[in-house]
Write a protein that binds this ligand. Structure first.
Ligand SMILES: [Zn+2]
Length: 168
């Protein structure tokens, strides 16, 4: 048939991505001089590699969504986030350490990053469950201590003493 006469000189078969990966566009180079290339990106990666462009291909990391996040305030600092932990799946395809090239869990408290193998993340999760149980125990102890002593607030006790002593 005549349709089969199409020239194939401008057709380029795509290589198949590794299992669990797909090809996605990525922007490389500084703004104004960027090129868009296709990179192999794991299916769990939620990064937009064009919006989050890199200077060099070696700088491209893969990031999952922040699926685990915890923070706490402080009774003396209402509204402030005083301690925080975040965790997400991460991989660095050009890392020297094969454990960093593989998908692993990256934990971060906004100043320190730690990299955990899946096995380390499992152990850490067990430790956090134990920590949570200890926190409940501490909350119960504090609540019981307050019930025993009546008023838990030393400043309030002092204020009451002053009022009763006529010095307020
Ligand atoms: Zn990616």
């Amino acid at each position: 048939m005549a349709n089969h006469a199409i020239s194939t000189s401008n057709l380029y078969p795509l290589p198949a991505p590794k299992p669990g990966h797909r090809f996605v566009p990525a922007a490389l180079g500084k703004p104004g001089e960027q090129v868009i290339v296709y990179i192999e990106c794991p299916a769990w990666c939620s990064q937009d590699h064009v919006a989050n462009w890199s200077h060099y291909a070696e700088d491209i990391d893969h990031w999952g969504q922040t699926d685990a996040a915890w923070d706490t305030g402080c009774l003396t600092r209402p509204g402030d986030q005083m301690l925080a932990l975040f965790a997400r799946v991460h991989s660095d395809p050009v890392a020297a350490d094969p454990r960093l090239r593989a998908a692993h869990v990256l934990m971060d408290d906004e100043s320190t990053q730690v990299f955990l193998t899946p096995e380390m993340a499992d152990r850490m999760a067990d430790d956090l469950i134990a920590f949570a149980a200890q926190m409940r125990h501490l909350a119960t102890r504090a609540r019981q201590a307050n019930q025993t002593t009546g008023d838990s607030d030393p400043d309030m006790d002092e204020a009451l003493r002053r009022v009763r002593g006529g010095r307020a």
